[in-house]
Design a protein around this ligand. Structure first.
Ligand SMILES: Cc1ncc(C[n+]2csc(CCOP(=O)(O)OP(=O)(O)O)c2C)c(N)n1
Length: 319
């Protein structure tokens, strides 16, 4: 059982990394329209959290949403097609990177509005409470987003009504070009939980085991009707804010050092190998499977047609 779970961790983290490397390559060539924000180096968070969720549970994502979407079980071929602006994509090619959703797996959507997910996730949790299900709602957000008003409104309402929602802050130390400590009143964003009378916890966001355990407890607490939790996943943004960001605000040495020390995939590989949990061959088989799946997704996207001009205005508004 544990071995299956560990294989799932590796498969998901590796799939996110492989998907994003391909996206980066095509985006740099100008083949992908619109802004693309990469999640490379933060894969353990989406993977560890979503491993505790079913398709009946909800997640709300951010502008940096490919990892959450893959971890929740969305199809990489439809995601890839969406990024290329193709008709076979999740939004028929009209949404792009920041608007992918798949309600069939409980993925309520990425969001181009920083802080846009808090109230939506809280609303989804309220709906589940009214319907008396055991389903929970999770919202991922950045350190920068924790300074938006919606963060405070949502935490307060969720706490007062004991809603089944888990707030997962991905503190990657940067909000665009801004180091978080210059704009955030606290060093540890989890401290803000105190203001709403809910538990707040710091987690090593580059350790998939720690993420899985801490989020598992918070999700269980929410399922049992005991209310929300704020988890702060400490991590670091390895890539630029967006693909093509010249990153004049930090040095390459700083980034290389942080990745070297803390790459969540390498840390996972070291751990499972040294503990004898997975063998090199088992990991190699997972890598081959995942690379094959992403290669097929690229082929699918490249072969798919663009939407027809006549469809330009369809699906933009509800009838
Ligand atoms: C309401 C709003 N304000 C500003 C922006 C522009 N913007 C896009 S991403 C971003 C930084 C977000 O930082 P953070 O929440 O820490 O997430 P990260 O990018 O580090 O994952 C900003 C300011 C936006 N998209 N929406």
């Amino acid at each position: 059982m544990k071995k299956d779970l560990y294989m799932q961790f590796y498969r998901t983290m590796y799939k996110i990394r492989t998907f994003e490397r391909r996206i980066e390559e095509f985006s740099m060539k100008g083949d992908i329209p619109g802004f693309v924000h990469l999640y490379i180096g933060e894969e353990a968070i989406a993977t560890g959290v979503c491993a505790n969720l079913t398709h009946q549970d909800y997640i709300q994502s951010t502008h940096r949403g490919h990892g959450h979407t893959i971890a929740k079980g969305a199809k990489v071929n439809r995601m890839m097609a969406e990024l290329f602006g193709k008709k076979t994509g999740y939004c028929k090619g009209k949404g792009g990177s920041m608007h992918i959703a798949d309600f069939s797996v409980g993925m309520l959507g990425a969001n181009g509005i920083v802080g846009g997910g808090f109230t939506l996730a809280t609303g989804a949790a309220l709906a589940e409470k009214i319907k008396k299900t055991n389903n929970v709602s999770v919202v991922f957000f950045g350190d920068g987003a924790s300074n938006r008003g919606t963060f405070h409104e949502a935490l307060n309402m969720a706490a007062v009504w004991k809603l089944p929602v888990v707030f997962v802050c991905e503190n990657n130390e940067w909000a665009s070009t801004t180091p978080y400590l210059t704009t955030t009143s606290v060093k540890d964003i989890s401290d803000r939980a105190v203001g709403y009378g809910i538990p707040g916890e710091i987690v090593d966001g580059n350790d998939v085991f720690a993420v899985y355990e801490a989020s598992g407890k918070a999700i269980e607490r929410a399922r049992k009707g005991e209310g929300p939790t704020l988890l702060e996943m400490k991590t670091y943004r390895i890539k630029g804010h967006y693909v093509g960001d010249p990153q004049l605000y930090r040095t390459k040495e700083e980034v290389d050092q942080r990745f070297e020390e803390n790459d969540p995939i390498r840390r996972f590989e070291d751990h499972v190998l040294s503990e004898g949990i997975l063998s090199e061959n088992e990991m190699k088989a997972i890598v081959e499977e995942v690379v094959g799946e992403v290669d097929k997704a690229v082929e699918f996207a490249l072969e798919s047609p663009f939407p027809d001009v006549e469809e330009l205005y369809s699906d933009l508004y509800v009838d």
